[in-house]
Design a protein around this ligand. Structure first.
Ligand SMILES: [Zn+2]
Length: 298
């Protein structure tokens, strides 16, 4: 294991108050300095996660978000500014984060997560944070996390509801255990106050800090469900699906993956269709998982 980087005097002063956390100390801060975190999307959730991780001194942030700043972003996306309207979101985020903490390294890509870039981006990181609004992005991140055996903090919100869970490949359910397919009633645009997205983002940032420093207990195998209308917070268990097409270790599923990923042999359309149908009709959800499905959004 590589030796952890040392802190400069400036860094000791900057992080002094968080290093007072008894089980963090200077060793924990050095772990944060050595860490690399990928954040998918820099909206109301992901942008706030990135802001707190930059403030905490995570050594390298890898940030992915396509497009330019729109006026309707500004009620929640705290890394964007009115002066930056029409300009690149990742450029604005990089500028704001560097103003906050010039000690950290920031790598940006003006693309959203996809099957084309997820493996490469995740390969650069130790911990992954999913704050994307589209299931195609979320599934790409989940697949990369499981295949590369990297922890993934999943956070979402809709209206005044928010959800959070930490996926530890091999130990906890993955995203595809909870959602075998795109939820059909999902909407791309949704009601959101910045204070709600920021609330769950702050919790997600704490999860990342815990994973890196080893303090506390990650929210693994559980989903935190928050209803801010009533200020109700519940932690509910989530379970793996034995038929999960991403994380199951059953030999039939591995064989199926081999077939569909090897065009030379053949792409077994009929087998694949049957398999997909079996996933659609597989036993699913506990009531709370259904509720989670109904309340996704960023
Ligand atoms: Zn799974």
């Amino acid at each position: 294991m590589a030796e952890l980087p040392h802190l400069t005097d400036e860094e000791r002063a900057r992080y002094e108050w968080q290093m007072w956390t008894p089980d963090v100390g200077e060793d924990g801060q050095r772990k944060l300095k050595a860490a690399r975190v990928l954040v998918s999307r820099l909206g109301g959730v992901g942008g706030t996660v990135a802001y707190y991780l930059a403030a905490a001194g995570v050594g390298k942030l890898i940030l992915a978000h396509a497009g330019n700043i729109k006026r309707s972003d500004l009620n929640r996306q705290l890394l964007m500014t009115t002066a930056g309207l029409g300009q690149s979101r990742v450029r604005s985020a990089e500028r704001r984060l560097t103003e906050l903490n010039p000690n950290i390294e920031i790598h940006t890509t003006a693309e959203n997560l996809s099957e084309d870039n997820a493996f490469a981006l995740a390969g650069e990181a130790d911990v992954l944070v999913d704050a994307a609004p589209l299931y195609s992005e979320r599934f790409a991140m989940n697949l990369a996390a499981v295949r590369q055996n990297k922890p993934l903090v999943e956070c979402a919100m809709y209206d005044l509801n928010a959800q959070l869970t930490t996926i530890i490949p091999g130990q906890t359910p993955c995203l595809a255990c909870l959602y075998p397919d795109n939820p059909p009633d999902w909407k791309r645009e949704f009601p959101v106050f910045g204070a709600v997205s920021g609330m769950i983002a702050s919790m997600a940032a704490v999860e990342v800090i815990k994973l890196i420093t080893g303090i506390g207990e990650p929210l693994s195998g559980q989903m935190l469900w928050c209803n801010l209308r009533t200020m109700t917070f519940r932690k509910l268990p989530v379970s793996r699906r034995s038929a999960c097409h991403v994380c199951s270790t059953h030999w039939c599923l591995w064989f199926f993956r081999f077939l569909v990923s090897t065009p030379i042999i053949l792409r077994p359309t009929s087998v694949g269709d049957d398999f997909a149908e079996s996933l659609r009709t597989a036993e699913f959800p506990d009531d709370h998982q259904r509720r989670w499905e109904m309340s996704q959004g960023r």
